[in-house]
Design a binder for this molecule. Structure first.
Ligand SMILES: [Zn+2]
Ligand SMILES: [Zn+2]
Length: 285
């Protein structure tokens, strides 16, 4: 069981953090061979064997039979009891999660490409324990998308293809640009939290009350990798966005593809209907 970042051996550690490089991990990010390791209570030292397919204690969260403290397999001490004991990492991490080592820009571009083209792979690699700066990623993507949108508007208008469009130069000259710079993250984060909350409500309705809000928020935030497509060509962009968020929900909540799709799609349909209603009311008035 080695640190995925620096290869340090992680046996027998009371804190789920690599002492060498400081990377946080969860024991449940690894799989173990049967009866090769003990999972040890952090409070009293009582040891447990892994019983499920991944070689981990089942259920993951339980009460210590000895000291009655609540235990979570993700943060227990792992002690090898066989010579050939190994822990295979199931989530190797993504370049974006390792951006401080692999470069911020490279990590970001890799994140965009991977999330847009193979979101399942991104979320499989991404570990739940690793801080993945989903919000930074998300706000950066919002700026990139907004800039592309303004550029497209400018091109269409000034080439005479669509001269009726509003003039975007007001947005990139003072004082419009100040509003623009403030409004983009504000609107984007408001939407991200709203969407996350609605997803959470649907998950709750589907009988999955244990799904954490943070994970839903992460899925939505990372889904903004395809925001340029949403703004530039909504018919395709929105479906694409939906599919990336679905993939995130499926992996981060460890749920079924169908439930993840429902959780991602229902709020989107609600939002579309509300938007339509507002338009109709506006038109009537
Ligand atoms: Zn390390
Ligand atoms: Zn105990």
């Amino acid at each position: 069981m080695n640190c995925v970042q620096c290869d340090y051996l992680l046996w027998d550690l009371p804190q789920s953090r690599c002492p060498e490089c400081g990377l946080g991990y969860e024991v449940t990010d690894y799989s173990f061979s049967h009866s090769a390791v003990h999972f040890v209570c952090n409070y009293c030292g009582q040891s447990y064997l892994g019983t499920d397919k991944q070689g981990l204690p089942q259920p993951r969260k339980f009460e210590c039979v000895c000291c009655h403290q609540p235990l979570d397999a993700a943060h227990m001490i792992v002690r090898p009891i066989a010579d050939d004991a190994i822990g295979e990492p199931r989530h190797a991490g993504t370049p974006w999660q390792f951006r401080h080592r692999q470069g911020f820009f490279r990590g970001y571009v890799d994140g965009i490409a991977r999330l847009a083209l193979s979101p399942d792979e991104y979320f499989r690699l991404a570990s739940g324990a690793r801080e993945d700066g989903a919000m930074i990623f998300s706000v950066m993507s919002a700026y990139v998308s907004a800039a592309l949108f303004v550029a497209a508007l400018y091109l269409f208008r000034n080439s005479g293809l669509a001269a009726w469009l509003p003039n975007p130069t007001r947005l990139v000259t003072f004082p419009g640009i100040i509003y623009f710079i403030c409004a983009v993250p504000f609107l984007h984060l408001a939407w991200t939290y709203l969407y996350g909350l609605l997803i959470q409500t649907v998950l709750w309705g589907l009988g999955l009350p244990k799904c954490e809000f943070d994970a839903s928020l992460r899925a939505v935030a990372l889904g903004s990798a395809v925001l340029p497509a949403v703004l530039l060509f909504p018919p395709v962009g929105l479906i694409w966005y939906l599919l990336v968020v679905r993939s995130g929900l499926e992996h981060l909540h460890a749920t079924t593809s169908a439930k993840a799709l429902a959780a991602a799609a229902v709020p989107m349909l609600l939002a579309a209907n509300t938007g339509l209603l507002v338009l109709v009311l506006y038109w009537v008035a």
